[in-house]
Write a protein that binds this ligand. Structure first.
Ligand SMILES: C[S@@+](CC[C@H](N)C(=O)[O-])C[C@H]1O[C@@H](n2cnc3c(N)ncnc32)[C@H](O)[C@@H]1O
Length: 295
């Protein structure tokens, strides 16, 4: 069955959905990213997707605005960028109108990196650069200001959080993807305390707990490194299980109490998540010993 097409002028709708962006350029780019139909119409799917994106931009936009207010040439890094639609839209709605700031889009798959570079050149986004490679190792300037990662797979989100912290980013914003690493560690070792062990006795519960624990570790690690953290639901993404936004704003150098809670949490659950292994503990504390595999 043919999907119902919204016949309102796409320009009008785009101005409503993506305020700040020039409607004509935005329409062309959204068509190119297949976020609009080839005719520039908004069918039900495209409209739903754009609403989700608008919601995300509303949540991330203030971070980019803050970086623009504080820095002459703020650098926004989008990690695990895929087709870079988030990067392009942040560029169009924030950096292009401001006439300054750069967006670096990190992606591991070379064909996506090439497509982003080509698209940026074609649409005159001359301050949007595609950076190839793993998030953990991609070349970045020493200081960056906003780090985002939307559905970066498994521990790629941890790589993004670690890059945000080590680059002293003012803001970090991650919407984690599916998570497997900690569930595996819970199966291999897990908590010693029987009541806590009961939380992850079944594979389904291990998966859920592993994912929740991973995100709690991310939030605590950010707090330990001086960030004020808010965790919210990305409403409008109800169809997706990957519906949690961890938004962090750097407000101080470190928080020893948060580092203490993080150390205790991973110790009691007998896990060593990627972020804990990667990031040096805040405030120069001794890193927690990884769990002893022999039990
Ligand atoms: C689920 S897609 C999300 C893409 C995009 N952020 C979005 O929301 O449309 C995850 C992307 O992250 C990339 N990726 C996964 N692990 C990565 C890593 N360690 N370093 C760089 N890119 C990675 C994948 O190649 C893929 O394009």
């Amino acid at each position: 069955m043919r999907k119902k097409v919204d016949r309102r002028l796409a320009g009008e709708v785009l101005a409503e959905l993506l305020p700040g962006a020039a409607p004509e350029a935005t329409e062309l780019l959204l068509k190119d990213l297949h976020l609009l139909t080839r005719d520039g119409d908004l069918n039900a799917d495209a409209r739903r997707k754009l609403k989700q994106i608008r919601h995300l931009l509303q949540l991330l936009g203030p971070a980019v605005d803050d970086a623009l207010a504080r820095h002459a040439d703020p650098i926004v890094v989008d990690c695990g960028a895929g087709k870079s639609y988030l990067g392009f839209l942040l560029y169009l709605t924030r950096l292009a109108p401001a006439g300054r700031g750069r967006l670096l889009s990190i992606e591991a798959r070379p064909e996506l990196v090439a497509a982003t570079a080509e698209r940026a050149a074609r649409f005159g986004c001359d301050r949007l650069a595609a950076v190839g490679g793993a998030i953990a190792h991609a070349p970045l300037p020493e200081r960056v200001h906003v780090v985002t990662a939307l559905h970066a797979c498994d521990t790629a989100t941890d790589e993004a959080v670690a890059r945000a912290v080590t680059a002293g980013a003012d803001w970090g914003a991650v919407v984690p993807c599916c998570q497997a690493e900690v569930a595996r560690q819970l199966a291999e070792r897990g908590p010693r305390e029987p009541a806590l062990a009961a939380l992850c006795a079944h594979p389904w519960h291990r998966r859920e707990l592993g994912s929740h624990l991973t995100n709690v570790v991310r939030a605590l690690a950010l707090e330990a490194h001086g960030y004020q953290v808010t965790v919210t639901e990305l409403t409008g993404w109800e169809h997706s299980l990957k519906n949690e936004l961890i938004l962090a704003r750097r407000v101080k150098r470190f928080d020893r109490a948060a580092q203490g809670r993080l150390d205790e949490l991973v110790d009691r659950f007998g896990v060593a998540p990627a972020l804990v292994r990667t990031l040096p503990p805040a405030s120069g504390a001794v890193p927690p010993a990884p769990p002893d595999p022999s039990g």
